[in-house]
Every structure is written in structure tokens, then in C-alpha cells.
Design a protein around this ligand. Structure first.
Ligand code: MF3
Ligand code: CO
Ligand code: CO
Length: 250
């Protein structure tokens, strides 16, 4: 299916949603520390989003019960905030915020290191961000979507980590999840040709051990690493511009 090309008016609206989404992630950055619960993060995200004139997209999305995803240590993604999950010194956590502003969507996530984390955890967090940043050089008119995953996989594996192959980035902006799927691993074929006005997320999930994962049978959302190894993720919403890319969530 063809990726959607956004009009300049739509780009402007999505840029605004991205800016507010960034402010919400900044608010999380200010409060996150050992001793708080992931439900505390949910409350800050919910309150800050409304205060800035947005709506938290995760809340009630396909039955998701909270306003943000909080994915701790061996959770790959889609962790549900809970009063019972208390952040500890040494934890790594992904906070994934998606904001609807005036009907348009911005989607981004960051990793936070709580107190002193192990060198291995720090490396995983850093390499995952490098994977995302390096992949941006593939985002330009005339480039091909599948260059992104090839760059991510090469950098992750060079560092001894594995890429979750089957959870993808996505077109975003007019809706939460649109065409195209954005793979984070090398694929057969080049994929769609990139054109100015395309907007999609890149959101690699990188595991310290095996790339395998399973969905929690009790909550039907939380994605855990199969082997209990750590997992990290960073996400941007990016626009293909006339001469390259613009990160709409930075
Ligand atoms: N924000 C996630 C993404 O990057 C999707 C979360 S769906 C939810 O695509 F329902 F869990 F919020
Ligand atoms: Co997201
Ligand atoms: Co996303």
C-alpha cells in the first residue's frame, strides 16, 4: 500500500502535535527517578497532555487502559503503567508518548536510566539511540524505506545486540498507525521510494539477548523478551523533506 503524502497544512498540524508530544516527554524527564511508580508517570503524562491542549492517544486505544506505555528492563514495548511497579536504582525504562492535537498525531519515546545502571544496560540504551540516529541518513527523497532497517540491524549486531524484527515503525499523523510499515531489520527488496511529505516513525527495539518475544497472557499487551534479557527502544516521528528529513518530535 502507498504511504500517505501529507499536505503542507497537514505537516504543520502534525509538527504542532510533535512539539506538544516533546513537551510531555520533557515533563517525564523532570520527574522520573527511583522510588516512583510507573502509574506516577502515567498521571504526569495524562495531566501535562491535557494542560497543553492534547489528548493522550494510548488511552482506550484498542482497549489499552492508560495514557502512556512504560516498558521496564525486559519489557520490549507496550508496558502498562501500574502502582505496583516502582522504579529502582539500575533500571532502564522506555516511556512512549503519543499525543493527538487538533486531530493530528505525534509519536515518540525515550529511554531513561534510573540512578546507576550497569555498563551493559548503558551500552544497550546508547547503541539503540545510535541505531535510530544513524538510520536517519536513509530518510531523504529518492531513498528507499528499507534502507532504514538495514542500517539499524548492522549497527545493533556489530555491537553484539539483536533487533526485534517483527514490531515495526509506521506512518503516522492523520491516524495513530498508517501505512507504511517501517522495518527495523534488513528486508528483501527496497520498499517504497521516499518522497517529500511522507511522515512515519522509526522506533527500533533492540535486545541484549535473543530477539524473541511474547505477549503477556494476563494483560494481552505487555511484550516481554523471551529470554528475560534487557530491551531498549527510542522513537521519533520524522518527515521526509525536499532535502532530507526533519524530526518532528525533538
Ligand atoms: N506508541 C506505540 C507506537 O509507537 C503504540 C502504543 S499502542 C498502545 O506505535 F495502545 F499501547 F498505546
Ligand atoms: Co510510540
Ligand atoms: Co510508534
Amino acid at each position: 500500500m502507498k504511504p500517505i503524502i501529507k499536505t503542507p497544512e497537514q505537516v504543520e498540524k502534525i509538527r504542532r502535535a510533535g512539539e506538544i508530544n516533546t513537551k510531555v516527554l520533557d515533563a517525564v524527564e523532570e520527574m522520573i527517578r527511583a522510588g516512583i511508580s510507573t502509574e506516577n508517570i502515567n498521571q504526569v503524562v495524562h495531566k501535562k497532555t491535557l494542560e497543553l491542549g492534547g489528548i493522550p492517544a494510548p488511552l482506550n486505544f484498542e482497549g489499552f487502559p492508560k495514557s502512556v506505555c512504560t516498558s521496564l528492563n525486559d519489557v520490549v514495548c507496550h508496558g502498562i503503567p501500574s502502582e505496583d511497579v516502582i522504579l529502582q536504582d539500575g533500571d532502564i525504562i522506555n516511556v512512549d508518548v503519543t499525543t493527538i492535537v487538533d486531530g493530528y498525531y505525534g509519536d515518540a519515546s525515550r529511554m531513561y536510566c534510573i540512578g546507576q545502571v550497569s555498563p551493559q544496560a548503558r551500552k544497550l540504551v546508547d547503541v539503540t539511540k545510535e541505531c535510530l540516529e544513524l538510520s536517519l541518513k536513509a530518510v531523504r527523497p529518492g531513498g528507499y524505506l528499507n534502507e532504514i532497517g538495514a542500517i539499524i540491524q548492522e549497527h545493533a549486531e556489530k555491537n553484539g545486540f539483536s533487533v526485534v524484527p517483527d514490531i515495526c515503525g509506521h506512518g503516522v499523523g492523520l491516524d495513530f498507525h498508517e501505512e507504511p510499515l517501517v522495518f527495523h531489520v534488513k528486508r528483501r527488496g527496497r520498499g517504497p521510494k521516499l518522497e517529500p511529505g511522507m511522515i512515519f516513525t522509526i522506533e527500533p527495539m533492540i535486545n541484549a539477548g535473543s530477539p524473541d518475544w511474547f505477549i503477556d497472557a494476563d494483560d494481552d499487551w505487555t511484550v516481554w523478551t523471551e529470554d528475560g534479557s534487557l530491551s531498549a527502544q527510542w522513537e521519533y516521528t520524522v518527515l521526509v523533506t525536499e532535502d532530507g528529513y526533519e524530526i518532528l518530535t525533538k
